[in-house]
Design a protein around this ligand. Structure first.
Ligand code: SF4
Length: 445
């Protein structure tokens, strides 16, 4: 009957199914992780007829809401994301009967695959269990007739991931040096809109097109007027959510900029390839479906080919340090961690630290959420070994949890930054690169 709410349809597993009608009528609320990439992802979903709102709220109330509905010893990213979603639903900004919640499921062995169940439990406890929760995954974990990741959407999301990495990578090399404040952000916003418009018309998707767009983007960033000074380059690694999300890491990038540093943040593409590569590794190490290995291998090669296009585009401009490839990362962790170490960020986390050391950063922040065992092993647990092998390495593990105060986190980071200078001063003059403060002289990855 028009105007009357129908009871939400439940699937065999008891969950509310997101139907085609809901696609037309509901607003999907999605958490934000990487600001630039997720802004484009939201717009890609809109291109396909979804109404999407990306949550950018950031205040203590989110943690308190998370603590109210999620057990306090669960992963901190889950607590934040669930707190933020429930907070938004209760904010009065939305019709509670016309919203659905988007959440990713990695499909791996870590708890990120189960955040969705924690969210549903939290909704039940908050008397909001009539709200559909939609899983975003590539593993066929949960299906909904009103939401599907079709091949065209996946291609656009893959392109957005690569473009997003490029914008973030170049932005981080321009923003700390820009002579007119705000220029980099304006250019990033311009390209964010332009790329989504292009993707909507079916352009900017082929490898050739991506290459052309990336050359244009790189040339545009190279035109930003920058001061000639060289700041301390500080790497950021860690669990994916607290590494990227300003809500998760208390605006770490802004803190580094305010402290006069250039943030060096490895992109999302390596993480995606890592996740796909794990399917191949599983079959190699433990046997399994050869077909699965074949499909995963083909998808990995596709994303790696896009990554190569991005690297080549950056290499054309000498003013920028290019990012490395997934193959470089995989090679550099050999002898440190086995490729079967794949829970959470697994071997990738250690590989990123090693690569950053080789690229000559002055220090590294390893962002660790509360409740995250795998990343404490592959992150914090590796710091001693790296210190032994690279005596000038300067890595600080920073814990992010509901009880940690921002001031405490900032103090730890500032102490690490002050050690950057100590490192430089402690080294013999011959070992000190001129004009730049580095942990270890070496080429870029
Ligand atoms: S990587 Fe850590 S924070 Fe993420 S799901 Fe696994 S245990 Fe939780």
């Amino acid at each position: 009957m028009p105007g009357r709410d129908r009871a939400p349809k439940r699937g065999k597993d008891g969950r509310i199914v997101f139907t085609r009608r809901m696609k037309r009528e509901y607003t999907l609320l999605m958490p934000q992780m990487l600001p630039v990439t997720f802004t484009m992802m939201k717009k890609v979903f809109e291109l396909y007829g979804y109404k999407v709102d990306m949550l950018t709220s950031s205040h203590r109330g989110i943690i308190d809401t998370g603590l109210r509905y999620v057990h306090n010893d669960t992963c901190y990213p889950a607590l934040l994301v669930i707190g933020q979603l429930i907070e938004a639903v209760n904010s009065g900004q939305y019709d509670k009967r016309k919203v659905a919640l988007l959440i990713t499921q990695t499909g791996g062995g870590c708890r990120a695959s189960n955040y969705i169940h924690l969210l549903r439990r939290a909704l039940r406890r908050a008397d909001l269990d009539y709200i559909p929760v939609v899983s975003v995954n590539l593993s066929g974990l949960e299906r909904n007739p009103g939401f599907s990741l079709s091949v065209p959407i996946i291609r656009r999301l893959a392109a957005v991931m690569i473009y997003g990495d490029l914008l973030m990578w170049l932005g981080n090399q321009c923003k700390p040096y820009e002579t007119v404040p705000g220029t980099t952000e304006k250019l990033t916003a311009h390209w964010t809109d332009t790329l989504v418009t292009l993707l909507g018309t079916g352009r900017g998707l082929s490898k050739k097109d991506i290459g052309c767009r990336m050359s244009e983007i790189t040339a545009d960033y190279a035109r930003i007027e920058r001061a000639p000074s060289r700041l301390r380059r500080i790497g950021v690694v860690g669990e994916i959510y607290v590494k990227y999300a300003p809500l998760g890491n208390n605006d770490l990038e802004e803190l580094l900029l305010a402290e006069g540093c250039e943030p060096v943040v490895p992109g999302l593409t390596d993480f995606m390839i890592f996740k796909v590569n794990n399917r191949v590794t599983d079959v190699d190490l433990y046997c399994g479906s050869k077909l699965k290995k074949l499909v995963a291998g083909a998808f990995q090669r596709y994303i790696e080919s896009l990554q190569r296009v991005m690297i080549e585009a950056v290499k054309t401009r000498p003013e920028f340090t290019p990012m490395g490839s997934f193959a470089d990362l995989r090679a550099c962790v050999k002898g440190y961690l086995g490729y079967g170490n794949k829970m959470g960020e697994g071997w990738l986390l250690a590989a990123e630290m090693i690569e950053l050391i080789h690229s000559g950063v002055s220090g590294i922040v390893c962002a660790q959420p509360f409740g995250c065992l795998p990343n404490h092993v592959a992150g914090k647990g590796m710091i001693r070994k790296l210190k032994d092998d690279f005596p000038h390495s300067n890595i600080v593990a920073v814990d992010y949890d509901p009880g940690a105060t921002r001031i405490n986190q900032e103090n730890r980071i500032k102490l690490m930054l002050s050690n950057c200078r100590d490192h430089r001063d402690a080294r013999p003059a011959a070992q000190q690169p001129s004009g730049e403060e580095t942990m270890l002289s070496g080429g870029s990855r």
